[in-house]
Design a protein around this ligand. Structure first.
Ligand code: AMP
Length: 552
């Protein structure tokens, strides 16, 4: 029997129209570095998205599912592109501006982007790449920056504002199939070429509804969210779409991602929520410690992308900024889990803190299972550690492999029955909370036992003299692998490795056999293009002998 329900496709244009009409006075506020930020209402964004779609179709000839790339910071024009491109049926390709130039060129060529919308401030990055970007015919420039950098380039250059000026402020958005491509994002490609993940209208729509739920980010039109996570990093974790459903005002930092301007944005614009990876928050914490500000508006901070160090959570709690930890991947749109403790757990207890430190609980649409080294299913007992596999309506089932080829389903990424193998190792408690102990490739295999690099890092980062710490596996004749602890000291601090070892044992409750014997002080932990610890750089530096290692 068929249902008697209407079959209305879940389209991004519907999210746009809803936000534009029902939440027309909500705003996208973009930081400009000047005393007054730029403000644009959702109603204006909707009108300008329609104008952009007209311009792309009529002036630049964008047809069908052609890819239109953005090389942009978080700002209101980027939000316009977010909605205009998929709503007209084309595919938004957000470019990670922190990728090494050769990888950036690779993804533009692979996705066959014919148009790039770029912020003027990023032309120094784009201009030298253009000769290597074969498919690109048009560059649309928005915001301040030196246009002369594009002189002589073999592309047509347009001014964003001139291009959309005078175009109709409404667009008859097509009734697309909800399963068609809406946006794409390449993984940061730590090994081999980056892999393209293509989101559908349906997956983005359903994911947007999930992030808004009370047990997820729980934002309403009374909130202002500071979207620090870049729009090129898994769709800014779904915030631009989710906010248009609920009317949350977005505060966009543009290129001002340093701790001091972020602190100023918080003090003057009074956001209630913010989202970013731990590295950003470590920087902000140091800034607020050195120069205290009024951050009292900011009561909820979503942290994900890497494990949230307990010391960071405690420090933020003290400032009244309650951390909510979440886990996800480019392949999972990204929301995979979010750590809101169950209702029966008493507030402000150790039990509650322990729940908050987990990666969190799976929402109803994300199914999870753990697989042991021999391929066996492991129980959700909070103890058995295995590789996490997930499936669901916003989880990737394959990678993009070009317009005429079959999607890629490498064995190390997908199980035979189609689940995504996350490469993350951890446990799941009987009530569905995930605790990650490591990335499969970062875990330290010492004498047949596993040592969690994350556990050592978290314990080290709770030491008062340590700003950051990264632990990597290094080869060891006797044990196979042993941990190397690399630590960044706080300004003016000094240390003694033997004392740190004792601290790990006494305060960090790390078992004796897991304590690192190799130590080094570094100036900063190398970071990936999305601000995560880049452990492969540390492993390489160790192998080359360029680290000054002390053995104790
Ligand atoms: P990306 O696709 O670049 O966002 O990277 C996804 C990976 O980041 C995951 O597979 C995890 O290894 C890591 N990750 C994301 N969130 C967390 C978290 N809350 N705790 C630990 N690792 C995380």
């Amino acid at each position: 029997m068929l249902s008697t329900m209407q079959d209305v496709p879940l389209l991004i244009s519907r999210i746009l129209t809803h936000g534009q009409v029902v939440h027309g006075t909500s705003q996208v506020i973009t930081w400009t570095g000047e005393s007054e930020p730029h403000r644009r209402s959702y109603a204006e964004i909707g009108a300008r998205a329609a104008q952009l779609a007209h311009a792309l179709r009529e002036d630049l000839g964008v047809e069908g599912d052609e890819r239109v790339a953005t090389l942009m910071w978080n700002n209101s024009e980027h939000v316009e592109a977010y909605f205009a491109i998929p709503s007209m049926g084309a595919v938004l390709h957000t470019l990670n501006l922190r990728l090494p130039p050769e990888q950036l060129a690779w993804v533009v060529n692979h996705a066959a982007d014919r148009v790039i919308i770029a912020n003027g401030s990023l032309l120094p990055l784009l201009a030298p790449l253009l000769p290597h970007l074969k498919p690109v015919e048009h560059v649309v420039v928005s915001g301040p920056g030196d246009r002369s950098l594009l002189a002589g380039a073999d592309v047509q250059v347009h001014e964003y504002e001139d291009l959309i000026a005078g175009k109709p402020t409404a667009y008859d958005w097509p009734e697309l199939d909800e399963r068609t491509a809406a946006a794409m994002c390449y993984t940061s490609g730590t090994t081999g070429d980056p892999k393209g993940v293509v989101y559908s209208h349906r997956s983005i729509y359903l994911h947007s509804m999930q992030i808004n739920m009370a047990q997820s980010m729980a934002l309403t039109d009374a909130d202002i969210t500071l979207v620090v996570v870049p729009q090129f990093h898994v769709n800014a974790w779904g915030l631009p779409h989710g906010t248009f459903m609920t009317g949350v005002t977005m505060l966009m930092p543009d290129r001002f991602l340093q701790p001091a301007p972020l602190a100023e944005m918080i003090e003057t614009q009074r956001p209630t929520h913010a989202a970013a990876v731990p590295t950003i928050w470590q920087g902000l914490l140091a800034e607020l410690t050195a120069r205290p500000r009024d951050v009292s508006s900011l009561t909820q901070v979503t942290i994900g992308g890497s494990a949230c160090p307990p010391a960071l959570m405690q420090a933020f709690d003290k400032l009244g900024m309650r951390v909510c930890h979440a886990w996800g991947m480019t392949e999972t749109s990204p929301l995979g889990t979010i750590a809101r403790p169950p209702a029966h757990v008493e507030a402000d207890t150790d039990e509650e803190f322990a729940y908050r430190l987990t990666q969190g609980r799976f929402p109803a649409s994300v199914e999870a299972r753990l697989t042991g080294p021999g391929g066996e299913r492991l129980p959700w007992d909070g103890e058995s550690a295995g590789e996490l596999e997930v499936r669901g309506p916003w989880i990737a089932g394959a990678y993009y492999s070009g317009p005429d080829s079959e999607p890629l389903r490498p064995d190390d990424k997908f199980s035979e029955d189609g689940w995504l193998k996350t490469g993350d190792v951890g446990t799941i408690s009987p009530d569905g909370f995930l605790t990650l102990t490591d990335r499969a490739k970062d875990v330290i295999k010492s004498g047949g036992e596993w040592i969690s690099s994350v556990e050592l890092e978290n314990a080290l980062m709770s030491h008062p003299d340590i700003a950051e710490a990264a632990v990597v596996a290094v080869p060891d004749e006797k044990w196979g692998e042993r941990p190397l602890a690399t630590v960044v000291l706080k300004e003016g601090a000094s240390t003694d490795f033997a004392a740190l070892r004792s601290f790990l044992a006494d305060e960090g409750h790390i078992a004796k056999w897991q304590l690192p014997e190799r130590w080094t002080i570094i100036e900063s932990v190398p970071k990936t293009s999305v601000g995560k610890f880049d452990k492969k750089v540390l492993r390489r530096q160790y192998a080359e002998g360029s680290l000054d290692v002390t053995q104790i």
